[in-house]
Design a protein around this ligand. Sequence first.
Ligand SMILES: [Zn+2]
Length: 267
Amino acid sequence: MVANSKEAGRSREAAEQLVSRTTAETQAVAGTIRTAVEKQRAISSSVQPGMPVGTTEPEDDKKVVYLTFDDGPSENTKKILDILEQYDAKATFFITGANEDCRHYIKEAYDAGHTIGLHTYTHDYDKVYESDEAYYDDLEKIGNVAREQIGFVPCFIRFPGGSSNMVSAQYNKGIMSRLVESVAQKGYQYYDWNLDSGDAAGCGKGEIEQNAVTDKMNHIMILFHDTQTKDATVEALPKILEYYKEKGYEFQAIDRDSYVCHHSVQN
Ligand SMILES: [Zn+2]
């Protein structure tokens, strides 16, 4: 009996060792898979000259909302991230060089599964659209901010004012027509929007809630702003998310395969 219970003790010990070794190995494999998935995500979101990005003709059987936020980061970015988490919604942030103190939200957003895109470093139209070279100097600067935070330069961009802006014509005739071609050659894709929340124009909560909802399209790309002054955007967001959830839409972050929304160029 003594020998038997000793033996039983030994085999239990062996079994426990086996379990803990297997657990450690499983965790290691899971860690390796996570790292590989993250690496793949970074590669597919980064600039690769010659590699096309996105499609203007997406599968129409899916209903997708792309929530896009320009001009951040700011303290409102954090509030927006919290709301998105509550609704398990993914979004895209087109970042600027504003509010250095808030740049860690860029990484926080990326780590939470949102997409980081480039908007502009300065957002000064007269500087950004002074020349093609000035545009790319500014883009490089904001690309460096992204790289500092998430480890790579994203291929997703949004022009200040969108590709259809006419304000650039005051500084450089024809610059948008040239830039839409040259950004593609450099491996970027630009995204406009097909629904404007109106938050840049100073709309209040109620107006934003109305402007930002429609069920007339299957692929909806909504323009919002996550700047410090846009509290109304933060306040309007839950109702907008509820609306689309009820209508059966999915909230997706822009990725290399997703729908590309382009305006017609005016300059
Ligand atoms: Zn902007």
